[in-house]
Design a protein around this ligand. Structure first.
Ligand code: NDP
Length: 252
């Protein structure tokens, strides 16, 4: 157990794979109780079983962050099982690149609804917990997983970058409301990381282009991001590591 994680109750969205699953593993290994949220129930059940078998505490909660009723039901399930949470990792996201000329309103809507409005739904559901916990003198964290794409411009990734820039801005702005309540807000901005994220790209050329980047640059592992999240939330309570960019060493 980790002294700063052992007594904590976490919600991790996008816990079915990649960074979310790795973060849930590390938090659970540190002794935190972890609610695992995503759409793929089978993945969540398998992860919860793995974490429990390893001596940790985990709860699989099927949830779609684009669906308000689903987020409401998930919050209810988490509260029923664990009571208030003190650590929220907003990690669920999709990346669907295409040129503007493809005019993919379906993809734009899905990215905005998942990466931005989805994060807001989760913030709306659990921020009252964070402020209540902080008012009792305990550590409370909101961690938002944004991207280097919120700073660096990539052709064909305009809308994805826009959702991440919005999330980074949202995090910074929320600090002005939550910081004075002793709730930390942290933004994590990873570069190229080896996960399932590219699997949803439906443009073969862009899928290949991204594949070539993974071949050219040794990417980060999902565990590298989990490590940064765990570090961020285990600082002393008065220390808010508010924004971290983490890149593979070879990524320009
Ligand atoms: P993955 O695709 O492996 O993970 C994304 C997770 O989000 C999955 O567990 C998925 O589970 C979940 N998810 C997607 N849509 C929804 C939804 N509507 N409701 C609930 N959960 C959802 O990729 P990563 O681990 O890479 O992605 C994690 C975050 O990191 C994302 O926000 C991504 O934008 C960001 N990021 C990734 C980078 C990279 O290079 N990989 C770089 C910078 C940032 P399910 O499908 O079961 O719902």
């Amino acid at each position: 157990n980790h002294p700063a994680l052992a007594a904590r109750t976490a919600v991790v969205t996008g816990a079915a794979s990649g960074m979310g699953a790795a973060t849930a593993r590390l938090l659970a290994a540190g002794g935190a109780r972890v609610a695992l949220l995503a759409r793929r129930t089978d993945r969540l059940d398998a992860l919860a079983a793995e974490l429990t078998a390893a001596g940790g505490q985990a709860l699989a909660v099927t949830a779609d962050v684009t669906d308000q009723a689903s987020v409401d039901a998930a919050a209810k399930a988490v509260h029923h099982a664990y009571g208030r949470v003190d650590l929220v990792v907003n990690n669920a996201g999709v990346m669907l690149p295409n040129p503007l000329s493809a005019a993919r309103l379906d993809e734009w809507t899905r990215m905005i609804d998942t990466n931005l409005t989805g994060a807001l739904r989760v913030i709306r559901a659990f921020t009252p917990d964070l402020t209540a916990v902080a008012a009792e003198g305990r550590t409370a964290d909101l961690v938002n997983v944004s991207s280097i794409a919120s700073h660096v411009l990539f052709p064909d990734y305009a809308v994805y970058g826009a959702t991440k820039a919005a999330l980074t801005q949202l995090s910074a702005a929320l600090r002005t409301e939550l910081g004075p309540c002793d709730v930390r807000v942290s933004t994590i901005e990873p570069g190229l990381t080896d996960t399932e994220l590219p699997g949803h790209i439906d443009n073969p050329e862009l899928r290949e282009q991204l594949g070539a980047m993974f071949t050219a640059i040794p990417a980060l592992a999902a565990e590298d991001i989990a490590d940064l999240v765990a570090y961020t939330v285990s600082r002393p309570r008065h220390v808010n590591l508010r924004q971290s960019i983490v890149l593979p060493t070879r990524q320009a």
